[in-house]
Design a protein around this ligand. Structure first.
Ligand SMILES: C[S@@+](CC[C@H](N)C(=O)[O-])C[C@H]1O[C@@H](n2cnc3c(N)ncnc32)[C@H](O)[C@@H]1O
Length: 242
């Protein structure tokens, strides 16, 4: 009897520890995302661009969310700055949209959910003040990247900005950096079964500038040296289009 009780208590503690570890990981992930979002806004302001959340009722797109925790972190981040901001949460997969709604985000004021592919956005021209997407570009083929950046340009209002970040290397980087990128890509493929495309900062800058964006691409190590190869991209659609 005692042995059985000990066994159950052991399993209970193990389950509790696992739950705590999951909660801890989620908490750390949310903290990292908040720092990313805040850092992107700092970069936008440093460029002398208009803060995309400072207008009366800005229209915001979160493109590719992955989890309810990511959606919630972004919605809280935006609404802490401007509670009147309207946020469209979009993904081409039903799962993160459904999970976000099931976790209560359906009832958040000024938030709606849309299933759409970022290479063919179902929104009219000049809709958004801000498009934020994190870790999405790496999963798009070169052709899809071009289409996505074109769609972001089309759907942003003049003066609107894209903020994003992903792993890139530079053509000038040492082979060591390329090896690191390939190790991370291999890990992604083995752990999550997804293919990520190796991309350079030069190609990304070209794709944004070719659409007409003003573009800043910068290594994110300033906020955490463990963020290997992650680069911020902030890009503004011109206020006046010639
Ligand atoms: C790496 S996850 C984003 C991770 C998230 N930033 C986080 O930290 O939790 C990429 C997301 O983009 C979505 N996605 C990938 N390709 C897409 C596409 N072409 N259009 C729309 N969403 C896409 C995936 O379904 C996934 O939810």
């Amino acid at each position: 009897m005692i042995e059985r009780a000990t066994f159950h208590a052991g399993r209970y503690h193990l389950a509790q520890e696992q739950e705590m570890a999951v909660a801890d990981r989620r908490e750390r992930h949310e903290q990292t995302l908040k720092r990313f979002y805040a850092h992107s806004m700092d970069l936008v302001v440093e460029q002398g661009w208009q803060h995309p959340l400072f207008s009366e009722a800005p229209n915001v797109l979160q493109m590719g969310t992955a989890t309810a925790s990511t959606t919630k972190t972004f919605v809280d981040f935006v609404h802490d700055i401007n509670s009147k901001a309207h946020i469209t949460v979009a993904d081409f997969s039903d799962y993160p949209l459904q999970q976000s709604q099931d976790e209560g985000l359906r009832c958040e004021p000024n938030v709606n959910f849309v299933r759409t592919d970022t290479t063919k956005l179902g929104f009219v021209d000049n809709t958004f003040d801000l498009i934020e997407t994190d870790g999405l570009l790496q999963f798009l083929s070169p052709e899809q990247k071009t289409q996505a950046v074109a769609e972001w340009y089309r759907t942003l209002k003049p003066g609107g900005v894209v903020t994003t970040r992903d792993r890139f290397v530079s053509v000038n980087d040492a082979p060591k950096e390329w090896d690191t990128l390939n190790k991370i890509r291999k890990h992604f493929s083995q752990r999550f079964g997804v293919y990520s495309y190796p991309t350079t900062t030069e190609v990304m800058r070209y794709k944004f500038n070719a659409q007409g964006f003003s573009t800043l691409i910068e290594n994110t190590q300033v906020i955490d040296p463990r963020m290997l190869l992650i680069h911020d991209i902030v890009a503004q659609k011109p206020k006046i289009i010639k």
